[in-house]
Ligand binder design. Structure first.
Ligand code: AMP
Length: 412
């Protein structure tokens, strides 16, 4: 065990668990956030998944709770609110692992499954509860959960939480918490809506950021292809084949676009599925499973659909359409390059998307390197009023006169 973790004063049982897990030194967010959280300060952590942010809040929670005798009966003294079931399960596993030599009990609750085992778990007594907002409110409403003894509250992935429309659920939870508590707040991006939420629920917080706000992780190789809209699908197929990509997440602007790209890829012999808001939860989960198990090579997603599920550590992310909210670019490419493993984020930009590109480059503070040499260079340098002529004789029209999918239109 490296001196670094010892210097964080986490106590022998936690250090032993970290040694078991092979952690040798704290990540930058852990080095910064853990001492502050142990002091009892409110922390505003600007960090993406993959930076080690879970341990940055889980370790001080375990340490602080284990410094007091376990109350009988146990009561929920720490609450972690996170947007998705997958994240909740991951966080729960981390608490189990880091706390394996401590007498503390943690429980994970989320929707979409029977509440019975969760209610039974609660009845046995819990020190740390990890929850998604909907199920938590349900069980509070039914009288199974009380939050009036919570000492430490974590709001994880706050920006995703808001994007997924959970703000009312989050507010209902916050209203049930004691006013006097410690709050640890984590968000990958800091748009105004998130800043407003911070102002409301944090008290004199210390801000901790691992990378400059919204700057993409450095290990991600970013590249940009200028290409006309009708040629995007051809370029995508070309790159997937040329690089023999076995696993990629492709982002489109619209639901319709996601369906169309998946169809084109399948036609070209590249197994793909689309996920978006119109697909049921089961269909989405099936697509995700097929993707994770390698049955399909490509998952085509809209932003909202992709945020509801846990997919990360991908070798490739393609921005088939550029997002018109620049922070979304950071979110998307954050799906790749996890844990320093490197990753490639490829963006396609047609003439209509140049404003989005400018905004993205302003936000990330750099120009995305342009790949000039490719088979489908941009040929259209004006706003298209009419459909483009087909590329080859007999080929189906791709460009539609409607500006569907372009910045400024409603996204799925
Ligand atoms: P997170 O950002 O919390 O999702 O963590 C990303 C991954 O890094 C997880 O698989 C953690 O188990 C792992 N991790 C977190 N902290 C460390 C550390 N200090 N040393 C090695 N691995 C870590």
């Amino acid at each position: 065990m490296c001196m670094d973790f010892k210097a964080l004063c986490l106590g022998a049982p936690i250090l032993r668990a970290l040694t078991d897990m092979g952690y040798t030194q704290p990540s930058p967010i852990q080095k910064e956030a853990i001492p502050l959280a142990l002091e009892g300060r409110d922390v505003l952590g600007c960090a993406q998944t993959g930076t080690g942010k879970t341990a940055a809040f889980a370790l001080p929670i375990l340490r602080r709770l284990s410094e007091e005798p376990v109350p009988h009966p146990r009561r929920i003294r720490a609450l972690v609110l996170t947007p998705t079931r997958e994240l909740a399960l991951q966080i729960g596993e981390n608490f189990q692992a880091y706390g394996q030599y401590l007498p503390l009990k943690s429980l994970v609750i989320f929707g979409g499954v029977s509440q019975k085992p969760q209610v039974e778990g609660l009845a046995k007594g819990v020190d740390i509860l990890v929850a998604t907002p909907g199920r938590l409110n349900d069980l509070i409403g039914q009288g199974y959960i009380k939050l009036d003894q919570v000492e430490i509250f974590v709001l994880d992935e706050a920006d995703r939480m808001l994007d997924m429309g959970f703000i009312h659920d989050v507010n209902r939870v916050i209203a049930k918490l004691p006013k006097s508590r410690q709050t640890l707040f984590f968000s990958a991006t800091m748009p105004e809506s998130i800043q407003a939420l911070c102002d409301r629920i944090l008290t004199n917080p210390v801000r901790v950021a691992v990378t400059p706000v919204s700057s993409p992780v450095e290990v991600i190789r970013q590249s940009l292809y200028f290409v006309d809209k009708p040629n995007k699908r051809r370029l995508l197929i070309h790159l997937l084949n040329q690089w023999q990509v076995s696993s990629a997440l492709v982002f489109t602007f619209t639901k319709h676009g996601a369906d169309r790209v998946a169809k084109e890829l399948n036609k070209a012999g590249i197994p793909a599925k689309a996920i978006h808001g119109d697909k049921g939860q089961n269909t989405r989960q099936n697509a995700l499973r097929a993707f994770k198990e390698g049955e399909i090579r490509v998952l085509v997603a809209t932003d909202i659909a992709a945020r509801g599920i846990d997919i990360s550590e991908l070798p490739y992310v393609f921005n088939y359409d550029l997002p018109n909210i620049p922070e979304t670019y950071v979110h998307r490419i954050g799906r790749t390059g996890r844990a320093g493993a490197g990753g490639t984020a490829v963006s396609f930009c047609c003439f209509m998307e140049r404003d989005s590109l400018a905004q993205i480059e302003k936000l990330i503070g750099q120009k995305i390197p342009v790949v000039e040499e490719h088979p489908y260079p941009m040929e259209v340098f004006e706003v298209q009023k009419k459909p483009l002529p087909p590329q080859k004789e007999g080929q189906k029209q791709q460009a539609k006169p409607k500006k569907r999918g372009y910045p400024g239109k409603k996204r799925s």
